[in-house]
Design a protein around this ligand. Structure first.
Ligand SMILES: Nc1ncnc2c1ncn2[C@@H]1O[C@H](COP(=O)(O)OP(=O)(O)O)[C@@H](O)[C@H]1O
Ligand SMILES: C[C@@](O)(CCOP(=O)(O)OP(=O)(O)O)CC(=O)O
Length: 200
């Protein structure tokens, strides 16, 4: 049975995707700072993935969760391992990542595949909104990105490049209109969603 318990039903689910170093963590952290952690939780699908992968392979979870070279060393194999798991059960990591989330606003920071989006859309059709974070290759390079074959051309990075109607697109380049300005309508939606439960 994979339906969440009633206390786990969110008012708004913002599902973020974007390329490596587009700024998904930066933007989703900013949203949480604005809304507060009582109202908004950040859920990472890669969290339970890394946990299980580390356990099965005897690896250092903290380093896999960090942003250093250790994670990059294992990335291609983790992608492959995660894909095998998702093929058996497409909602596997989504269910684990959302387990126990109690806040009214869920921010999922790292959707990568259509199956990730479809899981949220089917469980929470009214609440789910898809958000894309985009940055130019130049900006991503300044942030430390460089093209890696087997990673940047794989489904993990390209699975949501087409076929998705995004509700919001946030441009996170140095010369983009300020992030706060772009996030304004999303934050408003989140504030309305969370105030609707404090009124009920
Ligand atoms: N708007 C921004 N202003 C300043 N630094 C940023 C901005 N967006 C992202 N960064 C920085 O760029 C790096 C990559 O961002 P991150 O959020 O980790 O990307 P992703 O999660 O998409 O891989 C981080 O060091 C982050 O702090
Ligand atoms: C195996 C992964 O889950 C690794 C993801 O790790 P992070 O979410 O830390 O990645 P970036 O923010 O892109 O650096 C990718 C996947 O295909 O599931």
């Amino acid at each position: 049975m994979d339906l969440p318990e009633s206390s786990e039903v969110p008012q708004l689910v913002l599902v973020f995707s974007g390329k490596r170093k587009s700024g998904k963590d930066f933007v989703t952290d900013r949203i949480q700072q604005r809304l507060g952690s009582e109202v908004c939780c950040i859920l990472r699908l890669s969290g339970p993935l890394k946990q299980q992968y580390a356990q099965e392979h005897g690896l250092d979870l903290d380093q896999l969760l960090g942003s250093g070279p250790y994670k990059e060393r294992y990335r291609a194999d983790m992608i492959h391992w995660g894909e095998t798991r998702r093929l058996q059960d497409p909602g596997f990591f989504c269910r684990l990542a959302t387990r126990g989330a109690r806040q009214p606003v869920w921010v999922v920071s790292d959707a990568r595949r259509l199956s990730d989006l479809q899981w949220f859309q089917s469980k929470f059709p009214r609440q789910t909104q898809c958000v894309r974070v985009q940055s130019s290759e130049e900006t991503r390079t300044q942030r430390g990105w460089s093209f890696t074959a087997g990673v940047d051309d794989a489904e993990s990075e390209c699975g949501l490049d087409s076929g998705v109607q995004f509700d919001w697109i946030i441009t996170n380049d140095g010369d983009a209109p300020s992030l706060d300005e772009q996030l304004q309508p999303v934050l408003k939606l989140a504030e309305e969603a969370s105030s609707s439960i404090s009124r009920s």
